[in-house]
Unconditional design. Structure first.
Length: 336
């Protein structure tokens, strides 16, 4: 996209060219009426055939002064029209080149991404997902076909690619093989199934989250390869009910997850080389060292251990669900 100053400068050039052309036409009519004593219609006709360079015969015999005036009129008129045409061409060429350069630069930036998130669809759900992930400081690339939404994302600084999310080429272009996760938030159930199936085939280790319209579609998406299926309407209904039944608890969880307070909840993945591997919660000293509370452990096999006891052993591949200050959650990453 052209900068505002550049666009305004080019548009002013076009406007100036148009004004010059109008002034020359008016001056030409007035000149023939004064110099040659012609009527308005004859003068206007002479100006038109002169500036258009069609080469028609003169309306009346021109005097020597009239011929000199006509020559000056041709020079000024043709120059003004060329100036306006050049300004108009500049708008077209610069705008097109800027768009192409912007796309090339964006694709180059996308090509450098690693461990990023891919969001398919920038509708009501996809836009929220994108902003939430970006708000946490993670890189996101959006695949969208709607040109208006593409333009909005470019203005908002969101990395995006125009294309069909069900296409292998498009998914590979947004770095599917080096991405951390893909979120399929398209409005079409069939499209979400196809995207999930394609993404799983291209990257078997990718975490895939898919959107479903109703519970009957969950099994299809899971069979296609989705790690988790989300029903936005169901979650919204549950959230509203819990806001009425347990307003304080619901508000706390939302604030903790979204960083509305200093106390936050986060997932901590235990790597093979972590010093926590093989230790129980007491020996790990997570609470006294980092002032964090472990409220659950997701074992490597997928089992969830809620409110784990002090003798619960931490294994490589486990995920600890911890609550604490953001600064403390950042510190513990050094030993994970």
């Amino acid at each position: 996209m052209l900068s505002m100053r550049a666009r305004m400068g080019t548009y002013w050039s076009m406007l100036l060219g148009a004004v010059l052309c109008l002034v020359i036409v008016i001056a030409g009519i007035a000149g023939f009426m004064v110099i040659e004593q012609w009527d308005f219609v004859s003068s206007f006709y002479m100006v038109v055939i002169t500036l258009s360079t069609v080469g028609f015969q003169e309306v009346h015999q021109l005097s020597e002064a009239g011929r000199m005036f006509t020559a000056l009129l041709i020079i000024g008129g043709v120059g003004s029209f060329l100036y306006m045409a050049a300004a108009f061409a500049q708008v077209l060429v610069e705008g097109r080149l800027q768009i192409l350069w912007g796309k090339r630069r964006m694709m180059k930036e996308i090509g450098k991404l690693k461990d990023h998130f891919i969001v398919c669809g920038y509708g009501r759900i996809g836009s929220i997902v994108t902003k939430e992930i970006m708000g946490e400081g993670h890189a996101v690339v959006v695949v969208e076909q709607d040109l208006e939404l593409i333009e909005n994302m470019e203005q908002e600084g969101v990395l995006c690619v125009e294309g069909d999310a069900t296409s292998d080429e498009v998914l590979l272009a947004v770095g599917l093989q080096s991405a951390r996760s893909l979120i399929s938030a398209l409005s079409s159930e069939a499209a979400n199934v196809y995207v999930t199936l394609t993404a799983r085939q291209l990257n078997p280790d990718l975490t895939i989250i898919a959107r479903a319209g109703n519970k009957s579609h969950i099994s299809r998406l899971e069979l296609a390869g989705a790690d988790r299926v989300v029903l936005p309407h169901f979650i919204g209904g549950v959230r509203m009910a819990q806001s009425v039944l347990r307003p304080t608890a619901t508000n706390f969880v939302e604030l903790a997850l979204r960083g509305g307070i200093d106390l936050q909840m986060d997932e901590l993945s235990v790597s093979t080389g972590s010093e926590l591997v093989g230790k129980d919660l007491i020996d790990s000293k997570i609470r006294p060292r980092f002032n964090l509370i472990i409220i659950a452990i997701k074992k490597k096999n997928g089992d969830m251990v809620f409110n784990p006891g002090p003798k619960e052993v931490i294994d490589a591949g486990d995920t600890l669900l911890a609550v604490g200050r953001k600064s403390d959650l950042t510190k513990i990453l050094d030993i994970m």
